[in-house]
Design a protein. Structure first.
Length: 394
């Protein structure tokens, strides 16, 4: 039996499809020779069917309707396209659902994390108890003041021992805080840990803290000058400093060595200690502690060269300064140089403030100017200064 097929195209588009003419069918892929549309298999015996010529010769009124085609279960091209489209839709839907599920899961994790953080994070809620009258407290040490009790932002640092006005108090996360007025910043308040503040006594000292006694020494007790007949006294120590007044704080104006003879013309006491007024070779006067003098000439064995060294009290720069002496900066500031040359500004290392104490390791005179090589391990100083900027340290 030969297999036949009919054109599956629209009857309006193909005359073979309109006539229902049977065409040779060679299996899937057989197409209409006119329009190229797939052929639909018709399960009919070609021998049982009347010939096309007979059908064409029969009158129209007697022509039978062509048998309805019976299709094998082989998909047409349209059906195959529909299936592919359905598969694409299913895959796309699966991908979309998967992405939605992943997004929801990710958001859920984020929400869980936020919820966890919210559980751990401290509450920012606090209530401040207002004080009717400000209280005065003092800081124990350098104390930071914050914009909130949460200690988030430090807005100022209050120095140790500074009195502050406390206007309120609060508790945050179990810790007590005071609200204080920031010193020197009018209208600004901040929060300070309560443990950093202590009450203040009426005299300004801290309550509960050890009281510091007044370290100001009592005024010295000085007697009147008692004139006496000139008396010869001898220096019985290796050296005796002669000062412009009584007491170790008086200015040193000369020195005498052991065995030197001094003439005393008056006495005076300072806090019960005796001092002699003596006459200098230049005609001036000075004071020497009685503990350094005696009425008997001391033993000079081994013999030492004696002789008084007198300083010019009008010009401290002419005071004798030797290697090993201690000096203090007497000018408002002094240039510290890396060599003894004042003509160059390039050799200035730094400036030393007035009152700086240094030790002299070398003395040098350059072009009539006396230079001192000074050092201080504690201050990290090592350089040269002009003698005109210092004075000897008693």
């Amino acid at each position: 039996m030969l297999r036949k097929g009919r054109c599956s195209n629209n009857v309006d588009k193909c005359s073979l499809a309109a006539s229902g003419k049977l065409l040779p069918y060679a299996g899937i892929g057989s197409i209409c020779p006119e329009c190229g549309a797939p052929l639909a298999l018709v399960a009919a015996d070609d021998s049982a069917a009347p010939s096309n010529d007979a059908e064409n010769a029969m009158p129209t009124s007697r022509r039978k309707a062509p048998p309805q085609p019976v299709y094998e279960e082989e998909p047409s091209r349209g059906l195959e396209i529909a299936k592919i489209a359905a598969i694409v839709v299913i895959i796309a839907g699966g991908v979309f659902l998967g992405l939605r599920m992943f997004d929801n899961s990710h958001k859920g994790n984020q929400e869980d994390t936020v919820a966890s953080n919210e559980t751990v994070a401290p509450s920012t809620d606090y209530q401040v108890e207002e004080f009717t009258e400000p209280q005065m407290l003092k800081t124990l040490a350098n104390t930071p003041a914050y914009d909130t009790p949460a200690e988030g932002k430090a807005i100022a640092t209050i120095g140790a021992g500074v009195a502050v006005d406390v206007t309120g108090q609060t508790t945050y996360n179990g810790k007590n805080y005071y609200r204080v007025s920031i010193p020197y910043k009018q209208g600004m308040t901040g929060y300070v840990a309560a443990e950093q503040l202590v009450p203040v006594n009426q005299d300004g000292s801290m309550i509960g803290q050890p009281q510091i006694e007044d370290a100001t020494p009592p005024a010295p007790v000085v007697s009147d000058i008692t004139e006496q007949a000139p008396a010869i006294l001898y220096v019985n120590s290796d050296k005796a400093n002669i000062r412009d007044g009584v007491g170790l704080n008086a200015k040193k104006i000369a020195e005498a060595l052991k065995g030197d003879t001094l003439t005393a013309s008056a006495t005076r006491t300072l806090d019960g200690k005796l001092w002699y007024r003596i006459t200098l070779p230049s005609g001036g006067e000075g004071w020497v502690s009685a503990s350094l003098l005696s009425s008997q000439k001391p033993s000079m064995e081994p013999v030492k060269t004696s002789g008084m060294k007198v300083y010019d009290t009008a010009d401290a720069t002419k005071t004798a300064i030797d290697s090993g002496s201690n000096v203090v900066i007497s000018s408002e500031s002094a240039n510290l140089r890396n060599d003894s040359n004042a003509s160059s500004a390039d050799n200035i290392i730094s400036k030393l403030d007035k009152g700086t104490v240094l030790k002299v390791s070398e003395v040098k005179v350059v072009d009539g100017t006396t230079w001192l090589h000074v050092q201080s391990k504690a201050l990290g100083v090592d350089g040269w200064v002009s003698k005109a900027t210092v004075k000897p340290l008693n």
